[in-house]
Design a protein around this ligand. Structure first.
Ligand code: FAD
Length: 307
């Protein structure tokens, strides 16, 4: 059995493993795909002190750093069930492979995934004009034309954010009204380089084989197809936390399915911590996930020495 076991091997899980191992406690990491979302990222320019890196390179560096320590890494292991122990006892995690692991403390760091439109061109032009994170990729579109798909809070926030960087923003909302908070909608309406198209269903991302060149949408009222010429498409229709496997556990989840944590990263179950994109902590970023993972591991260590 472990003293602390991380479920998930993205930036949060990797950071937690390094911090835990440096305390000399029995540490493990079990992950479906070590590296996490970082593996799907092309260039990364906001990991402070690393002006430029690439996703696969950073994922390899995360693994290398963890392997500097005595940590059991179990890759290709998908957790399917959490069985919390009695107070002071061991928690159990069961995996799709049939394996099961026990640990005195856990750090849940299973991350999140962006909801996709699932239209032609979206996957093909991912990282070639199709983007999901304005904080990450906004500056790549300086002075260019972009669309933001989605008129909820995240879409409208993204449009406001991007309007300060890019040339023109077109926000596309499926429904006939935006769903974002009033104050955000007012701010959006005040910006000269933003156009809003409501009642529109994006049907295709167009490109020239190398990069995005435009977008096709259906005007829902008339059924007519229209095209926009542009260089970027930011999809903002939701970030889904990977907590399906916790649905039957006593871990408290927010309305959006995120794990609720306190300021030390502890969940509603003592001894079980969580970190990164899977939690309620706002602003889903690598540097934040690393910080939160480190904090959760220190929280777990603190818990161990007190129990
Ligand atoms: P994740 O990276 O999502 O890792 C989750 C881990 O848990 C993975 O190992 C996964 O396999 C594992 N897992 C999931 N479910 C299970 C399960 N049931 N059982 C076991 N393991 C499981 N952020 C930036 O700061 N800068 C950027 O430039 C940037 N660009 C991005 C570009 C793209 C295309 C994407 C998708 C994201 C980008 N991000 C960027 C966001 C950043 O990648 C995330 O904020 C960060 O990876 C979150 O780390 P995490 O460890 O919390 O989760």
């Amino acid at each position: 059995a472990f003293d602390t076991l991380m479920i998930g091997g993205g930036p949060a899980g990797a950071a937690a493993a390094v911090y835990a191992a440096r305390k000399g406690i029995r540490t493990g990491v079990a992950a479906e795909r070590f590296g996490g979302q970082v593996l799907d990222t092309l260039s990364i320019e906001n990991l402070i002190s690393v002006p430029h890196t690439e996703g696969p390179k950073l994922a390899a560096a995360l693994e290398e750093h963890v392997k500097e320590y005595d940590v059991d890494i179990m890759n290709l292991q998908r957790a399917v069930e959490l069985v919390p122990g009695e107070p002071g006892g061991e928690h159990e995690v069961r995996f799709a492979s049939g394996a099961s692991l026990r640990s005195k403390t856990l750090v849940l760091a299973t991350g999140a995934r962006w909801r996709e439109m699932n239209v032609p061109g979206e996957a093909e032009y991912r990282n070639k004009g199709v983007a999901y994170c304005p904080h990450c990729d906004g500056p790549l579109f300086k002075g260019k034309r972009v669309a933001v798909i989605g008129g909820g809070n995240s879409g409208v926030e993204a449009a406001i954010d991007l309007a300060g960087i890019v040339g023109e923003v077109t926000l596309i909302e499926f429904m006939d009204e935006l769903r974002a908070d009033e104050v955000l909608q007012k701010k959006l309406a005040s910006l000269p380089n933003v156009e809003v198209i409501k009642g529109a269903r994006t049907t295709e991302v167009n490109g020239d084989g190398n990069r995005v060149t435009g977008l096709t949408y259906e005007e829902r009222a008339s059924g007519e197809l229209r095209e926009l010429a542009l260089e970027g498409v930011f999809v903002q229709i939701g970030l889904v936390p990977n907590t399906e496997w916790l649905k039957d556990s006593p871990i408290e989840l927010s309305e959006r399915g995120e794990i609720v944590v306190d300021e030390r990263g502890m969940t509603s179950v003592p001894g079980i911590f969580a970190a990164g994109d899977v939690t309620t902590v706002p602003y889903k970023q690598i540097v934040i996930a690393m910080g939160e993972g480190s904090k959760a591991a220190l929280g777990a260590f603190d818990h161990l020495i007190r129990s």
